[in-house]
Design a protein around this ligand. Structure first.
Ligand code: C2E
Ligand code: MG
Ligand code: MG
Length: 588
C-alpha cells in the first residue's frame, strides 16, 4: 500500500457531507484505516469548493444532495480547475441520470449509500495507487529534464536549456514591438587552462562552481539566466532591458566582481574574464545570431586584453558607446589615480598679488588621453561619481595648499569647485570639515566655488551647509555668475564672499556693449552688497584694462596665467607678477 512519508508525499482527502452523524462515522473509519491521510471536512458544496481552492486535496469524497451547491456541481467545478482531481461520489441514489452526470464530469468512483466501508476503502486505495503512479512519473520526468537541461558540475542550465529560454524571451520581446531590449553575454575565463593543468582538474571544477555562484550573484535572480556552455564558457541572458546600457553595467559588475579572489577549499585563486555582448534587436533577432555575435564580441574583448568586455558593434550608436566607455573608465580612474589637479591664480590687480588659486581637475586616461572637465564632470555628476571625485579633489587641493604653506610660500586660499549635485550629499559640511582636519589646513585658506545651480535643489539643506562652512571660516564664491537662472534675491540668503563674473561676459567685453554693461552691473551690485568680485577668463590686456577701469579688483585668466601643474605653480608664487593699477597691466 502507498504510504506517504514526508510532506511532499502527503495525501489530503476532502470529505464533503451534510449529514453530520454519517460524516463523523465515515471520517473515523477512514482515519483508522488510512492513518497516513490528512483529512479535511466540509458541510456542503460551497464550503467544499472553498477548501479545495485553499488546500488542493488529492482526493475528494462527496455526497450528492446537499444545500447551496450540490455534490455534482461542486465536482464539475473542481474538475474544471484540475482535470486530474480524483473524486469519489457517495450517494443514496442509484438513479441513472445521476450516475450519467457523474460519468460525464469524470468522477473516478461511485459508491452507493448506505456505505459498505470495504467498497469505499477499495475506492480510496485505488485513488492512492493512481496518485503514487502519477507522482513517480512526474519525478522521473523532472529528473530526465534536469539531466537533459542542466550542467552536472555547476547545476546551471546547459546550452540546450539556455537556447530554449532565449528563444522564449525573444518571442516575448518581439511581441513588445522592439521597444524592449534583451542581451546575451558570452563569458570566457582567462587562462583557465593553466589552472586546470597546474592545479589539477578537481581544483578546476571547484573554480568553475565558484564562478557559477559569483555570476549568479551579479544578475537579477528572478529574471536573468546564467548558463554554462561547456569548458570555461558561460553564457548569460538578460531579458527585459529598458536600455542596452543596462547590459554593459551587468558586464562591468561581473568584471569588477572578479577583482575578489575565489576561495576554494585549499586555494585562493584570482581569475579574469572576458565578456562579449550582443543585444536584441540591433545585433540579431534569433537565437543563433545573437549567440554567434556575442561570441565574436568576446573574441574582440580578448584581443584587447584581460578583464574586458566588448559590445558587438551595432548595438549602440557611436556616441552612446563612447559615453559608456567613458563612464566605465571614469569608475576605474578613481581607483587608478588617473586624476590630477592644475592650479590657476586669481590676481588682485591693485596689489599685483596672487590672492587665491583655483584647483581644476584633469583626467589623464591611458586610452582616451587627456579628458576635459567639460566632458567628465557632467558624466561624474550623472553617475553620482562626483561625490567621490569631489572629495578627492578637495583632499588633494587642501593637502597641496598645506604643503606649500609649510614650505614657506605665501599663505593663499585654494579654491575648489563643487558641483550642485554634491550638495545633495547630506553630510557635505561634515566631509569638508573632516578633510580640513585631516589635512590640517586652516578653513580660512579654503574657498568653495559653487554655481547658481545649487539653488535649484534642496534649498534648505544647501543654505544650511553653506552657513556651517561659512561659520567655520571657509570662503564662498559664486562661480559663472550672471548666466544663472535664479533671481538675485537668493544672494542675500547665502553667506557669500565673492561673485565670479562668468567668462562669457568677458570674452567680448571690449566689443560688445551689452557684455560690458552686465559686467558693470555685477561689479556695482557686488560693491553695494559688500561682496568681493572677480572676472574670470581674462585673456588679454584690453580686457584687463577695461575691467580695471570698471574697478573690478580681481581677475583670473590666461592673460595672467594658464592653469599650471603642481610642479610649476610655486614658481609663480615666488615673485610679484603683476603690476599695481597705477602701472600698465601686463604679464611680468
Ligand atoms: P570653472 O570653474 O568656471 O573654471 C574655469 C574654466 O575656464 C577652467 O576650465 C579654466 O581652465 C578655464 N579658463 C581659465 N582662464 C581662461 C581664459 O582666460 N580663457 C578661457 N577660454 N578659459 C579659461 P577647465 O579647467 O576646463 O574647467 C571647466 C569647468 O569644469 C570649470 O569651470 C568647473 O566648472 C569644472 N571643473 C573643473 N574642475 C572641477 C572639479 O574639481 N570639480 C567640479 N565640480 N568641477 C570642476
Ligand atoms: Mg571655478
Ligand atoms: Mg567659472
Amino acid at each position: 500500500m502507498f504510504t506517504p512519508t514526508d510532506e511532499k508525499t502527503e495525501v489530503k482527502l476532502l470529505y464533503v457531507e451534510d449529514d453530520v452523524p454519517t460524516r463523523d462515522v465515515i471520517t473515523l473509519m477512514i482515519s483508522r484505516r488510512f492513518p497516513q491521510l490528512t483529512l479535511l471536512q466540509a458541510e456542503n458544496g460551497r464550503e467544499g469548493l472553498d477548501l479545495y481552492i485553499a488546500h488542493h486535496p488529492d482526493i475528494i469524497m462527496t455526497d450528492i444532495l446537499m444545500s447551496e451547491i450540490d455534490g455534482i456541481r461542486m465536482s464539475g467545478e473542481i474538475k474544471a480547475l484540475d482535470k486530474n482531481a480524483r473524486i469519489i461520489v457517495l450517494s443514496a441514489t442509484s438513479e441513472m441520470s445521476f450516475i450519467i452526470d457523474a460519468i460525464d464530469i469524470g468522477i473516478s468512483h461511485y459508491v452507493l449509500k448506505p456505505v459498505k466501508f470495504d467498497k469505499l476503502a477499495n475506492a480510496i486505495e485505488r485513488c492512492l495507487k493512481g496518485i503514487q503512479r502519477d507522482r513517480q512519473i512526474r519525478q522521473q520526468e523532472e529528473h530526465i529534464r534536469h539531466m537533459a537541461y542542466s550542467d552536472p558540475l555547476t547545476g546551471l542550465p546547459n546550452r540546450e536549456l539556455f537556447n530554449e529560454l532565449l528563444h522564449q524571451s525573444l518571442a516575448q520581446a518581439q511581441r513588445h514591438n522592439h521597444d524592449r531590449h534583451l542581451a546575451v553575454l558570452f563569458l570566457d575565463l582567462d587562462r583557465f587552462k593553466v589552472i586546470n593543468d597546474t592545479l589539477g582538474h578537481s581544483v578546476g571544477d571547484q573554480l568553475l562552481q565558484a564562478v557559477a555562484n559569483r555570476l549568479k550573484s551579479c544578475c537579477r535572480r528572478d529574471r536573468d539566466v546564467v548558463a554554462r556552455r561547456g569548458g570555461d564558457e558561460f553564457i548569460i541572458l538578460l531579458p527585459e532591458l529598458d536600455i542596452p546600457q543596462e547590459a554593459v553595467r551587468v558586464a562591468q559588475t561581473i568584471i569588477d566582481s572578479f577583482d575578489k579572489p575565489f576561495i576554494l577549499p585549499e586555494h585562493e585563486l584570482f581569475i579574469g574574464s572576458c565578456i562579449g555582448i550582443s543585444i536584441f534587436p540591433a545585433d540579431g533577432a534569433d537565437v543563433d545570431t545573437l549567440i554567434k555575435n556575442a561570441d565574436m564580441a568576446m573574441y574582440r574583448a580578448k584581443e584587447q586584453g584581460r578583464n574586458r568586455f566588448h559590445l558587438y558593434n551595432r548595438s549602440m550608436d557611436a556616441q552612446a558607446a563612447l559615453r559608456l566607455t567613458m563612464e566605465i573608465s571614469l569608475r576605474r580612474a578613481l581607483k587608478g589615480q588617473e586624476f590630477f589637479l592644475n592650479y590657476q591664480p586669481k590676481v588682485n590687480v591693485k596689489t599685483g598679488r596672487v590672492v587665491s588659486f583655483e584647483a581644476l581637475a584633469r583626467w589623464q586616461n591611458p586610452e582616451l588621453g587627456l579628458v576635459e572637465p567639460k566632458q567628465f564632470i557632467p558624466l561624474a555628476e550623472e553617475t553620482g561619481l562626483i561625490d567621490q571625485l569631489g572629495e578627492w579633489v578637495l583632499r588633494t587641493a587642501c593637502t597641496q595648499n598645506k604643503a606649500w604653506q609649510d614650505a614657506k610660500y605665501p599663505h593663499l586660499r585654494v579654491a575648489v569647485n563643487f558641483s550642485p549635485r554634491q550638495f545633495l550629499m547630506l553630510q557635505l559640511a561634515d566631509m569638508v570639515e573632516n578633510v580640513l582636519a585631516e589635512t590640517n589646513l586652516d578653513p580660512c585658506w579654503l574657498e568653495l566655488e559653487v554655481t547658481e545651480g545649487i539653488m535649484l535643489q534642496n534649498v534648505e539643506n544647501t543654505i544650511k551647509t553653506l552657513h556651517r562652512l561659512s561659520v567655520l571660516g571657509v570662503h564662498i564664491s559664486i562661480d559663472d555668475f550672471g548666466i544663472g537662472y535664479s533671481s538675485l534675491s537668493y544672494i542675500k540668503k547665502l553667506p557669500i564672499n565673492t561673485l565670479k563674473i562668468d567668462q562669457s561676459f568677458i570674452s567680448d567685453i571690449t566689443s560688445n556693449p551689452d557684455d560690458a554693461a552686465i559686467a558693470t552691473a555685477v561689479i556695482n551690485m557686488a560693491q553695494n552688497l559688500r561682496l568681493n568680485v572677480i572676472a574670470e577668463g581674462v585673456e588679454n590686456e584690453a580686457q584687463a584694462r577695461l575691467l580695471n577701469s570698471l574697478e573690478c579688483p580681481e581677475m583670473q585668466g590666461y592673460f595672467f596665467s594658464k592653469p599650471l601643474s603642481a610642479e610649476k605653480f610655486p614658481f609663480l608664487l615666488h615673485k610679484r607678477h603683476w603690476q599695481s593699477t597705477s602701472q600698465p597691466i601686463h604679464n611680468a
